[in-house]
Design a protein around this ligand. Structure first.
Ligand code: AMP
Length: 281
């Protein structure tokens, strides 16, 4: 496995791999890898010959009061996990490689970022789309894998790739959870034992919606109220608990084949998100 820090070097390795006839896959991450990330690597390996994992804690997607400084950066452990999981290249650039002095170009998706995460984290998606566009330009992968855990993010990236004619196939991989339902997240390390118990209410609320829909409930605003009540009484400082159309993320009007329930809120000082795509049979 090659560990690469410079843009020109990764381009060179990819050029050589292409000359050998390899299909290339990319898994963009901010590191602090866990089995959720590794499931993306595993899926990616099924579609390509060589996988590039990028590890970069992207400063431009963090708000001024967010956790950029304290975000975990266990690079050596991450590299060992990549090695064990068949990754061919880790691209771990420094900030100045991707944002050199004078950097002045941003990629923005408009409508899809005006709500939910975009509303609560102003500027977040501008940072995400800019860095993902740059990484896709640098690696030029055939396939890139993203997690359904960040549901709105994968929708925004799909929109960007379509709108900007980026020749990469985007795969969205299922959310990996702890046995008790907690969605894996690099931010879970911030949770105390007591907070972790409160955090379980997110997946419980989503399971509640799933069961209700399976039993025929179609009153979406009633279900949103039920989620909000459950989450708030469990101790979550809720930002949103909504049911939306799975592609547009707008409110559900006619009867779609699926809906997506999305939650964001604080447990103590830690902001958590979770979601579930639910069939409406
Ligand atoms: P991050 O390092 O948090 O930026 O995440 C990198 C990628 O891993 C994103 O595409 C995430 O959606 C994905 N990811 C994070 N957590 C999980 C999870 N629990 N299951 C599946 N994918 C995940």
């Amino acid at each position: 496995m090659e560990v690469i820090h410079e843009v020109a070097t990764v381009r060179q390795y990819i050029r050589v791999a292409r000359q050998r006839g390899c299909r290339i896959g990319c898994v963009p991450t901010m590191g602090a890898l866990h089995p959720g990330h590794l499931s993306l690597v595993e899926e990616c390996r099924k579609h390509v010959d060589e996988v590039v994992v990028t590890i970069f804690v992207n400063p431009t997607q963090f708000g001024p009061n967010e956790d950029f400084q304290k975000y975990p950066r266990p690079l050596e452990k991450d590299l060992a996990l990549c090695r064990e999981n068949g990754v061919a290249y880790v691209f771990a650039p420094g900030k100045d490689s991707l944002y050199p002095a004078g950097f002045d170009t941003w990629v923005e998706v408009d409508q899809l970022t005006s709500m939910l995460e975009g509303e609560h984290r102003p500027g977040h998606f501008r940072g995400v789309t800019t860095i993902v566009c740059k990484l896709l330009n640098i690696v030029q992968p055939d396939v890139a894998c993203f997690g359904a855990k960040d549901y709105q993010q994968q929708a925004v990236i799909r929109r960007m790739v379509l709108d900007l004619d980026i020749p990469t196939e985007i795969l969205t991989c299922p959310t990996i959870r702890e046995p008790d339902g907690l969605a894996l997240s690099s931010r879970n390390v911030y949770l105390s034992l007591e907070e972790r118990e409160i955090a379980l209410s997110l997946s419980r609320a989503l399971n509640h919606v799933q069961s209700a829909v399976a039993s025929g409930q179609r009153d979406w605003s009633q279900l949103e109220t039920e989620m909000a009540t459950q989450l708030s009484s469990a101790g979550v400082d809720l930002q949103y608990a909504v049911i939306r159309h799975p592609e547009t993320l707008q409110s559900v009007d006619e009867s779609p084949s699926h809906v997506v329930a999305l939650i964001a809120g604080y447990v103590g000082k830690t902001r958590l998100i979770d979601n579930m795509r639910i069939p409406v049979a």
